[in-house]
Design a protein around this ligand. Structure first.
Ligand SMILES: Nc1ncnc2c1ncn2[C@@H]1O[C@H](COP(=O)(O)OP(=O)(O)O)[C@@H](O)[C@H]1O
Ligand SMILES: [Mg+2]
Length: 349
């Protein structure tokens, strides 16, 4: 039986492992936290850090193919594994997605519009860049930001940015121009080993406190906007010689044009609805792609709304279970902390 190694043991790896099992694949998880969400449903867990060389060699020895559930896998770890085993998505995709500056340049080089941006390595850089953008912009750490963490928004007429470089940790930053978007969408797309691309319809995303709250499908966009989003996703996948599923976030402007925000070289929270509303979910699609199998048809059989269960929302589970047309998916996390993703529901509409 073919074994797939997954780096990272959170809910995304858990759902990948479940999809893998349905297609007769074994899974081995590399994750330092024992009894992680993924290990509860996988065949085996190697409990070690993601950059532990002995653990990486053990993972390569135990698996036929290696994939990952998060974009901050150390590139050196992915490259070490790639000497022994196919690693999908390719380590190149990690490099393009780990640093917001590199990511924006890559997107622009691929013909995809983004917000304007400046690299910020000092308080003086910040002040000059803000002046260039008329006093507004979104300041972000270049690396390791997620769920709106490591960010600060400036609006014209705000207080002086004094101390902002230090407040974000005196690390390399990026200042993006503020995009006056009408809505946010994301596309989940997949590319197979033979270069076939399949795109799910865009979802419309609403965030609360920086964390995804709902994804609604279909998004309120026209066919031209949808086609542009799909073409951008395909351009990214082809440029990277990608294999697997990717999530690409866009801002939609009033005229329907798109500005790419960021991409995640993995299955994506805004694609969880596919398990309820499509024959082949993003998780199975990813497993099919990395295993060299034909991609599934991404067509949707139902409209739907995905909603994350964050922290105490887990207490609503009995009420969700009592409703018709709701799929509940929980992540096996015992402690419900504020802001922690505990599960999600998808309501068919
Ligand atoms: N340049 C921008 N202009 C306007 N809003 C932005 C901009 N960048 C980010 N945002 C808002 O902040 C949210 C989080 O930013 P994002 O870059 O997606 O970081 P994260 O990695 O935390 O998801 C976005 O979904 C969007 O709502
Ligand atoms: Mg985002």
């Amino acid at each position: 039986m073919t074994t797939i190694g997954i780096i990272g043991g959170g809910q995304l790896a858990r759902m990948l492992a479940m999809a893998a099992a349905r297609l007769n694949f074994r899974t081995v998880i590399l994750e330092p936290q024992p009894d992680c969400p993924a290990a509860q449903v996988a065949n085996e867990q190697i409990v070690a850090a993601y950059d532990d060389e002995r653990a990486l060699d053990a993972l390569a020895a135990a698996c036929d193919i290696v994939t990952y559930e998060f974009e901050n896998v150390p590139v050196a770890a992915a490259e070490r594994l790639a000497l022994d085993r196919p690693v999908f998505p390719p380590p190149k995709a990690l490099e393009a997605a780990q640093d917001r500056l590199v990511e924006k340049r890559f997107l622009n080089d691929s013909g995809i519009a983004t917000a304007r941006f400046h690299a910020i390595d000092s308080q003086a850089d910040l002040e000059a860049a803000l002046a260039d953008f008329g006093g507004s912009g979104v300041l972000k750490t270049r690396r390791l930001g997620y769920d709106g963490k490591g960010q600060r928004v400036f609006r014209s007429g705000d207080d002086s940015p004094q101390g902002a470089f230090e407040a974000l940790g005196s690390v390399p930053l990026i200042l993006e121009s503020f995009v006056p978007f009408e809505r946010e969408i994301s596309v989940i797309a997949a590319r197979s080993t033979d270069g076939t691309v399949a795109c799910y319809d865009p979802a419309e995303n609403v965030h609360r406190n920086g964390i995804l709250h709902t994804s609604t499908v279909p998004a309120e966009i026209g066919a031209a906007t949808r086609d542009t989003a799909h073409a951008a996703a395909k351009a990214i996948l082809d440029a990277l010689g990608y294999v697997g599923v990717i999530g690409v976030e866009f801002f939609v402007l009033a005229d329907g044009s798109l500005v790419a925000n960021e991409m995640a070289p993995r299955v994506h929270n805004s694609g969880h609805w596919t398990e309820a509303a499509c024959i082949v979910s993003q998780f199975e699609q990813h497993i099919r792609a990395v295993a060299g199998l034909p991609l599934g048809n991404p067509v949707r059989h139902s409209d739907c709304v995905l909603q994350n269960l964050i922290g105490d929302d887990i207490e609503d589970v009995p009420a969700w279970l009592a409703k018709d047309n709701v799929l509940v998916h929980l992540y096996g996390k015992t402690e419900a902390r504020p802001g922690r993703k505990m599960g999600h529901i998808t309501r068919l509409t």
